[in-house]
Design a protein. Structure first.
Length: 484
């Protein structure tokens, strides 16, 4: 599929929202349970954007997702290198080559400085990769490069790559979904092949037969907002807990949907119809289905940097949230046990700074402050406020805060607070023109028929010659919607 056509192909995606279940309410959510699951038996899999995110989690948190990963229509770690043009080009259509050796070097460098976990953890993990021959959204050449990337870290004997089935861009089952070669909502295809089962068997070894009847466990909507607020993630996610896992220590597998596949987009089809639950039920595997929100670009996980520059690192907001979910289930967080600070808010905005304040936590010796998932204080903050500086004018930011105990061990992360810096007539250069012209001029980019400002990532509406937007350049290459 040509890259331009791919960017414009949004109408079909939008139609998927019509199947969202009307009975779904956030108020039904419960806290994610602390199950005492086995921390040595944690793994992850995902499709498309979920496949890219699964690679990110597997590599960056290799000490957590140590059993392995299943990747369906994904690509190498840090493939986009923070660029949406790379994401929609080389990482999907393979319109240019992916610099695999450079990505391997980046991985090693980040592991050496502690930005991600040591790569030595990957040597004992198992990987299953799948690419359909009719997938024109994420080309097989991208998955070929993923196989090459993993060869630097995972023994060949620990990997499986299936690339000979005529599947479109979708999660594949043996009994549910559209025709095998289809690429359309809900992106679940019946190819007569049990992909979920093959992924789990590759990761965990021989399994008991799946339960094709009524499942014996519990399927529950849980509260995601205690782990993260905003950042493209929904207020709730889903978890399947086999009946045995209420009394014994079970495995944990994180399942990540693709773009336009969250609960709002396709209802419960991805979390109930992709085949994972029936294998989990007879093999003591707890399944976690985190969810993006419709505020995320096309409901995608952040695998190119739309939410955070640190999206692929351990400090990425979505990454930290899912790590915290696993920690809750396994009881392996290693944190101080201090609660999350409350009352986090912003004030005193200037064109380059913001004051973040919060209520004190009993027993705290200090605090860490994070902007967009990155720590901004050089040393622990003793007070209950902090002035963050070096910000861009007329720009919105998000901050979270965590308390430290006497040994400087960090506790739970707070909910996020947002604020926007000020800006005046002298704060930048403004450009008022059509969204189409903005993209041609390099001030914005188009994705699935919508336009987003470079730098801030703010949504500008439809990508065409009729919608006019004023963009202010507040720093070189950084644009916000505004006026001068």
């Amino acid at each position: 599929m040509p890259a331009k056509k791919l960017l414009m192909n949004w109408k079909g995606f939008a139609a998927a929202a019509a199947v969202a279940m009307a009975a779904h309410t956030a108020g039904a959510a419960v806290p994610l349970p602390a199950l005492g699951a086995n921390p040595a038996e944690v793994s992850v899999s995902g499709l498309s954007a979920g496949g890219f995110m699964a690679v990110q989690l597997h590599v960056a948190y290799s000490a957590t997702f140590k059993r392995g990963a299943g990747i369906v229509a994904g690509g190498p770690y840090y493939c986009a290198e923070g660029s949406v043009l790379n994401a929609t080009g080389r990482c999907m259509t393979h319109s240019s080559s992916i610099p695999v050796s450079s990505l391997v070097s980046t991985t090693n460098s980040w592991a050496a400085n502690g930005t991600i976990d040591p790569v030595s953890n990957l040597a004992s993990s198992k990987v299953y990769m799948f690419s359909g021959t009719s997938d024109n959204t994420v080309k097989q050449a991208v998955m070929d490069d993923l196989k090459t990337y993993y060869q630097s870290f995972v023994p060949a004997a620990n990997t499986v790559y299936k690339n000979n089935l005529g599947a479109g861009h979708a999660m594949v089952t043996d009994d549910y979904g559209a025709a095998c070669g289809t690429t359309a909502a809900p992106y679940i295809n019946n190819c007569g092949f049990d992909l979920a089962g093959e992924i789990l068997k590759q990761i965990y070894g021989p399994l008991n037969p799946r339960n094709n009847g009524t499942l014996g466990g519990s399927f529950t909507e849980f509260n995601q907002s205690e782990f993260i607020s905003g950042h493209g993630m929904a207020a709730t996610g889903w978890i399947y807990v086999p009946q045995a896992c209420t009394t014994v220590s079970c495995r944990v597998h994180l399942v990540l949907h693709g773009c336009k596949q969250n609960y709002t987009d396709v209802g419960d089809q991805y979390v109930r119809k992709t085949g994972y639950n029936r294998w989990a039920d007879t093999n003591n595997i707890v399944l976690v289905y985190p969810q993006t929100s419709t505020a995320a670009i096309n409901s995608c996980w952040d695998w190119w940097g739309y939410d955070s520059l640190n999206y692929a690192k351990k400090s990425g907001p979505q990454m930290m949230a899912m790590k915290a979910m696993i920690d809750r289930l396994t009881g392996s967080s290693g944190g101080s046990g201090l609660p999350a600070p409350t009352g986090v808010g912003t004030s005193g905005a200037t064109s380059t700074s913001m004051v973040i304040g919060w209520a004190g936590v009993s027993g705290a010796s200090g605090y860490n402050v994070y902007r967009g998932g990155s720590k901004v204080n050089a040393s622990p903050v003793a007070a209950t406020s902090f002035t963050d500086t070096g910000l861009a004018p007329s720009t919105s930011y998000s901050w979270t805060v965590a308390a430290l105990d006497a040994n400087n061990v960090q506790g739970a992360m707070s909910a996020a607070a947002t604020g926007t810096t000020t800006g005046g007539s002298g704060g930048g250069t403004c450009y008022t023109t059509s969204n189409y012209t903005h993209t041609i001029a390099g001030r914005a980019y188009a994705l699935y028929g919508f336009t987003y400002a470079y730098g801030s990532g703010q949504a500008m509406g439809l990508w065409n010659i009729y919608v006019t937007t004023t963009l202010k350049e507040t720093a070189p290459g950084y644009y916000v919607i505004g006026s001068c």
